[in-house]
Design a protein. Structure first.
Length: 161
């Protein structure tokens, strides 16, 4: 496999990871802004997200976990045997297991950000969802290596050069 195809798969994995990490990061940022706005208007206090350091850990940590998931998925799909990558069920299973396992990093981030038991439970329940979404997107991530229809690119295929 050429370096260009490997880089394309890695790039697609990282873009996927950025998008996946932006979802909890965005939710954490909105939650932090809401807590701060409530606090500034004289509302009830006591939220752990009032601390800017903990809020930054939640937002940036979530983004970092997403990037890590995308990078690992990209590396695996770029360098795994072509037989595994070309097989939809095997590729989806590998991506599901990896992403679901790496999503545990989000639990660590929420624990460090002192998100409370409800946030930890929600994060734990989201782990299989992350795995399913990653498995569903695995063909798009690996498309540079396996081709647009899921078939292996041969020497006659010149459209990705």
């Amino acid at each position: 496999m050429g370096k260009g195809k490997s880089r394309a798969v890695l790039r697609r994995g990282l873009v996927f990871g950025l998008r996946a990490g932006a979802i909890p990061s965005g939710a954490g940022a909105v939650l932090w802004v809401t807590v701060m706005a409530t606090r500034l208007t004289g509302g009830p206090g006591g939220s752990t997200l009032e601390d800017p350091v903990l809020a930054a850990v939640a937002v940036l940590g979530s983004l970092a976990v997403g990037v890590l998931i995308g990078a690992v998925i990209g590396v695996v799909l770029a360098y795994a045997p072509l037989r595994l990558v070309s097989s939809g069920p095997l590729r989806a299973l590998v991506c599901f297991v990896l992403a679901g396992t790496l999503a545990f990093g989000e639990v660590v981030v929420m624990a460090e950000a002192d998100g409370g038991p409800a946030m930890l439970l929600a994060t734990l329940l989201a782990m299989p969802v992350v795995g399913v979404v990653t498995a569903a997107r695995s063909q798009d991530i690996a498309a540079a290596r396996i081709g647009p229809g899921g078939r292996h690119l041969g020497p006659a295929d010149t459209y990705l050069k």
